[in-house]
Design a protein around this ligand. Structure first.
Ligand SMILES: Cc1cc2nc3c(=O)[nH]c(=O)nc-3n(C[C@H](O)[C@H](O)[C@H](O)COP(=O)(O)O)c2cc1C
Length: 255
């Protein structure tokens, strides 16, 4: 990237693999790559974005979030319908939300998070991700309590100080749900450029009642997911997780 020599590239990659403990912004300035408010090549943002499951408590300004959201709305959507409906939780509202959440227990998601019977190779992909994560955390397969406790971190936004929930009108179909993905990935890449980490979380669909009530979502809207937002805590082993991808030949056909 931009004239970095190969040593710097290696160092930088290791920073983003979570092998260093300061937030990337420090290393970014050492390496001379602009981040917050600066420009990052799209390829670099795509490469280094990963789901962050451990955040520093450092606050994120409302203005930063509104700017990122506004920019994200350049995401494409079929017919330009722009079906995303976003509810932001930040600052003291995060404390209010957590107090509110304590009154609720988990329920069933209003949409199937996975198909009833996940086929191969999707099943294995999912299984391997879980195994790799629990291995990093030192949680054995049989320790159900520890696995559940780790899963519960979803409902603390993994310690993130900011978040938003993405809703959609119930009248929308599969095509508009895919538009949400366009918007969300655009947001996550822009957040990366701004030096922020994110984690998309369908887990929040199992708290739809608590979330809808808190954000005063109208009856016609349903939650898709939440996004945790904040500065990554690279000291947490979970953030060194590198999720795998299937090789191109497995999912791409030159027809
Ligand atoms: C729509 C969506 C929902 C997700 N829900 C969760 C979740 O509830 N909890 C979680 O820890 N990760 C969740 N993830 C993160 C995925 O596990 C992650 O994207 C995947 O393993 C690939 O890893 P990467 O994001 O680090 O590249 C979600 C991702 C997406 C796109």
């Amino acid at each position: 990237m931009n004239g970095l020599n190969s040593t710097a590239k290696t160092f930088k990659d290791s920073v983003f693999r979570g092998q260093h403990t300061l937030p990337p912004i420090f290393y970014i300035s050492i390496l001379g790559t602009k981040s917050t408010g600066g420009k990052m090549e799209v390829s670099q943002a795509v490469k280094q974005r990963k789901s962050i499951r451990g955040f520093l408590p450092n606050p994120v300004e409302d203005k930063v979030l509104s700017t990122l959201l506004e920019k994200s709305s350049r995401a494409p959507s079929g017919g330009n319908v722009q079906p995303w409906r976003i509810y932001v939780i930040n600052g003291s509202r995060m404390d209010d939300f957590k107090t509110h959440l304590a009154n609720f227990s988990l329920s069933e998601s209003e949409y199937p998070i996975y198909p009833p019977k996940l086929q191969e190779p999707y099943r294995t992909n999912r299984f391997e991700l879980g195994e790799e994560m629990y291995k990093l955390l030192g949680i054995p397969r049989e320790d159900k309590a520890a696995r559940l406790a780790n899963m519960a971190k979803n409902y603390d936004f993994f310690g993130a100080p900011a978040a938003f929930f993405c809703f959609i009108d119930r009248s929308m179909g599969a095509a508009q749900w895919s538009d949400l993905g366009m918007f969300l990935q655009t947001f996550m890449l822009l957040a990366e450029e701004a030096g922020l980490g994110t984690c998309p979380q369908e887990a929040w669909a199992m708290h739809h009642q608590a979330v809808s009530e808190f954000v005063s979502a109208p009856e016609n809207e349903m939650i898709f997911c939440g996004i945790s937002i904040g500065y990554p805590d690279w000291a947490q082993p979970v953030n060194s997780l590198e999720s795998r991808r299937m090789p191109l030949e497995q999912w791409c056909t030159w027809a």
